[in-house]
Write a protein that binds this ligand. Structure first.
Ligand code: GLY
Length: 293
């Protein structure tokens, strides 16, 4: 018997919805993705296909800090990171600090079947060439202006305004398979070579039991190993909600700055945040909901 599919997506976390253009525009952006991707799952498509499509759409939306609209690093360049993890095969793949590509999630997906499953900058450029993916400049005027303004104060801010706009998608398909995908332009204004959590199991992780995508300050996510921690707790028998509650109680106690979206194989949906807002929406089989207010 087919399992009821589930879907949860995020476009980052932050202190206010105004930082992303206001409640309704953010809601519309997120719901548009749900309305495209959830029917794919109902039509029997795989969790992996749903995650790739959802990440592609979120990467293409300049509101979010991934793909088009990515923030700039301290040297004025955009370097993006993305990963995907197939829970059924427990297989992680991703790219770190890739550039001049529209959809980094495609690279992460292509590496699922490779012997070498996580590639950094130069390797990802080779992969783009091998796959015949056209060169693309993800820079938007808004992100460039933000960088120019911040340069005047020698990058005194810790991160760009939309930096916590990492995107992520977690899906459960009709066969009961889970998948998680995450993509980011990074923290913004970071030094060259800084590695994001988004292409690490700390920020994106899945097994046959649970799947999680994180957003927020990468260093905090890495320190807590959030995605893998929640998934391992569920895999070891804890309920999804209990695993999220425990992991976020630990995060609060250490003043961390992040959020996470989560699904388990039974179809439970959960999320957590230490930030004021988590820009997430979901489809639980009966309708769409969100975490915006
Ligand atoms: N979570 C995205 C980053 O810090 O790079």
């Amino acid at each position: 018997m087919a399992i009821q599919p589930k879907l949860i997506i995020h476009g980052g976390a932050g202190s206010t919805v105004e930082s992303k253009g206001g409640l309704e525009p953010v809601r519309q952006s997120l719901y548009a993705v749900i309305n495209t991707v959830y029917p794919m799952l109902l039509n029997g498509e795989s969790a992996i296909a749903a995650v790739v499509k959802g990440c592609e759409l979120l990467e293409n939306d300049p509101r979010f800090n991934a793909g088009t609209g990515s923030v700039l690093q301290s040297d004025g360049q955009i370097r993006m990171s993305a990963s995907i993890m197939d829970g059924d095969r427990q297989s992680f793949s991703g790219v770190i600090n890739t550039a001049r590509v529209k959809n980094p999630i495609y690279l992460a997906q292509a590496l699922q079947t490779s012997d070498d499953r996580v590639l950094s900058d130069q390797g990802s450029v080779e992969l783009i060439r091998e796959l015949g993916i056209p060169v693309f400049n993800p820079l938007t005027d808004e992100r460039l202006y933000e960088w120019i303004e911040e340069r005047k104060t020698n990058f005194s801010r810790k991160m760009a305004d939309v930096a916590m706009g990492t995107i992520g998608v977690v899906a459960l398909d009709q066969n009961g398979h889970l998948c998680a995908g995450t993509s980011t332009g990074g923290r913004g204004f970071e030094r060259i070579g800084r590695v994001s959590d988004s292409a690490m199991p700390a920020g994106n992780y899945a097994t046959a039991n649970a799947a999680v995508s994180c957003t927020g300050v990468g260093e905090d996510i890495i320190d807590e190993c959030v995605a893998a921690k929640i998934v391992v707790r569920v895999t070891d028998g804890m309920s999804l909600q209990a695993a999220v509650d425990k992991s976020f109680a630990e995060a609060f106690s250490r003043n961390r700055d992040f959020g996470a979206i989560c699904l388990d194989a039974s179809g439970a949906i959960a999320w957590g945040k230490t930030t004021s807002v988590l820009f997430a929406a979901y489809h639980d089989g009966s309708g769409i909901g969100d975490t915006l207010i």
